[in-house]
Design a protein around this ligand. Structure first.
Ligand code: AMP
Ligand code: ZN
Length: 473
């Protein structure tokens, strides 16, 4: 299998350290808000990477963190804690916000067929590990105390930059999002390992440490969690390209200084999803969530298909035109797949092997998912029996995760779950009729209306504020 490694900036032959096993770490979301579809693009492609590795025979041990502390407004360790901002915005506690948005993220993943990694750990769950790492870094002269915080000393490393020279961008980090520069640092690339001194004295999450009561920096959580669950070596580390610097650069700096040798062999970075205004970002406020995209008429499967149509190392622009064309292509594909019938014929082994090989070599070539999709279309056009096509389509869907199995079982695959306005008007009219029936104690009519709607896949939900509905598939 060939994989682009952002560290060497070349496509390499992938080789795991232990034969047949891949240790893989993924930077998880900062759970102060919903994930936007840009974040989800990264998780879709990381999921495809895991599925591909399994498809070609590896067992994958995958660990992901959930950032619920320490990620400040700027990636350069200044500004307010993002979690605290979320809690203030919604008048909730930080832990309530963390739970709410972790659950929402998990739900997004389920709807997108993104498999949940086998180990998912909140940053607040590993404080002892960070303290252990930071203590050794101080003992070995890689970290220092200043102004009450503990900093990593980037000047101690000969090769701090690992993903190319970030010269210009790093200067911008300190001033990004109009936050001040941290005066406690000795060098501009030093970063906080442990905060005790914060402008935000009411920080909800504080722990005792040898350096005073405080909380961990953002970068140390990934080094700590990865070390605790995967040990001193990693095969693959994943994330979006914005994480190359400073986050992943700092993860490498502190982990390698702690373990004393090279840590991770392959860095897998997913390019950004942009909208017309540029990079999608949560801090911009009005961002596109999966639910919004769904309401616009593009189901999660259409969005997954849209992502798979382009290469993970290319920027992708979300426009109505582009997602519309993905929708019609996916619709056609599902229609063709649903029309395949088990004929009880023997699978044509030669065709099966030939097309499996074509598909495998596409995904093995640095995840060429667009080419892999074209193999699916080719299979559907083949002059062979349906049983052979069904076997291939099922096999491919292990990697693609596009609900082909549902289509084959003739279960409905939702392509557009938005409700058209006439239908919505009809539902609202029925809800009003039911309300009047209930007010007149005519429960029989009220139940009939509920059942009639249920037959049309509409489920009514009674709340203290009135009745709402959802479409069930
Ligand atoms: P966050 O929740 O901000 O920590 O980000 C979660 C993941 O989404 C990280 O891997 C980011 O690098 C990635 N990410 C952030 N913005 C985008 C974007 N516009 N497109 C693709 N991935 C993104
Ligand atoms: Zn991380």
């Amino acid at each position: 299998m060939k994989l682009y490694n952002s560290e060497s900036r070349t496509i390499e032959d992938f080789k795991s350290r232990v034969e047949g096993v891949v240790d893989m770490y993924t930077c998880g979301p900062t759970v102060y808000h919903f994930a936007h579809v840009g974040n989800l693009r990264s998780y879709i492609m990381e999921d495809v990477l895991q599925r591909t590795l399994e498809y070609v025979g590896y067992k994958v041990n995958r660990v992901m963190n959930i950032t619920d502390v320490g990620h400040l407004q700027s990636d350069g360790d200044t500004g307010e804690d993002k979690m605290l901002k979320g809690a203030e915005r919604e008048n909730k506690t930080v832990m309530e916000i963390a739970k709410q948005y972790t659950d929402a993220f998990k739900n997004d993943c389920e709807r997108l067929n993104i498999r949940w990694p086998e180990t998912v750990v909140p940053a607040t769950g590993c404080i002892d590990e960070y303290i252990k790492i930071i203590s050794r870094l101080i003992d070995n002269g890689f970290a220092y105390l200043s102004n009450g915080n503990v900093y990593f000393d980037s000047s101690k490393l000969k090769d701090y930059y690992r993903f190319g020279n970030q010269g210009k961008e790093d200067l911008a980090v300190g001033v990004r999002e109009s936050v001040e520069e941290d005066l406690g640092k000795k060098n501009k690339n030093d970063f906080v390992l442990w905060f005790t001194k914060s402008k935000f004295e009411n920080h909800a999450l504080k722990w005792d440490s040898p350096w005073g009561v405080g909380y961990p920096g953002w970068h140390i959580e990934c080094s700590g969690i990865s070390h605790k669950y995967l040990g001193e070596y990693l095969d693959i580390h994943c994330g979006g390209v914005d994480n190359k610097f400073p986050h992943h650069t700092n993860e490498i700096a502190q982990t390698e200084s702690f373990v004393g040798h090279k840590w991770c062999n392959y860095w897998f970075h997913v390019e950004h999803l942009n909208d017309k205004a540029g990079k999608m970002s949560k801090s911009k406020g009005d961002f596109l969530t999966l639910s919004k995209v769904d309401e616009m008429g593009y189901s999660p499967m259409v969005y997954r298909f849209f992502c798979l149509q382009s290469h993970y190392r290319k920027q992708l622009v979300f426009s109505e035109e582009a997602i519309n064309s993905a929708k019609s292509a996916y619709q056609k594909l599902i229609k063709r797949i649903s029309s395949l019938k088990n004929e009880g014929k023997e699978i044509d082994n030669q065709i099966f092997s030939e097309y499996k090989e074509k598909f495998k070599s596409a995904v093995e070539k640095d995840l060429n998912t667009a080419l892999a999709l074209s193999v699916v279309f080719d299979v559907l056009k083949l002059e062979t029996n349906d049983d052979t096509k069904i076997a291939l389509i099922k096999d491919f869907d292990y990697v693609l995760g596009l609900d082909f199995d549902k289509a084959l079982e003739n279960n409905e695959v939702v392509v557009d779950s938005s409700v058209d306005s006439d239908f919505e008007a009809y539902i609202n009219e029925m809800i009003e009729k039911r309300r009047l029936a209930k007010a007149n104690k005519d429960y029989k009519t009220a139940d009939e209306i509920r059942n009639e709607l249920k037959e049309k896949n509409v489920e009514l939900i009674d709340t203290p504020q009135g009745t709402t509905f959802k479409i069930i598939s």
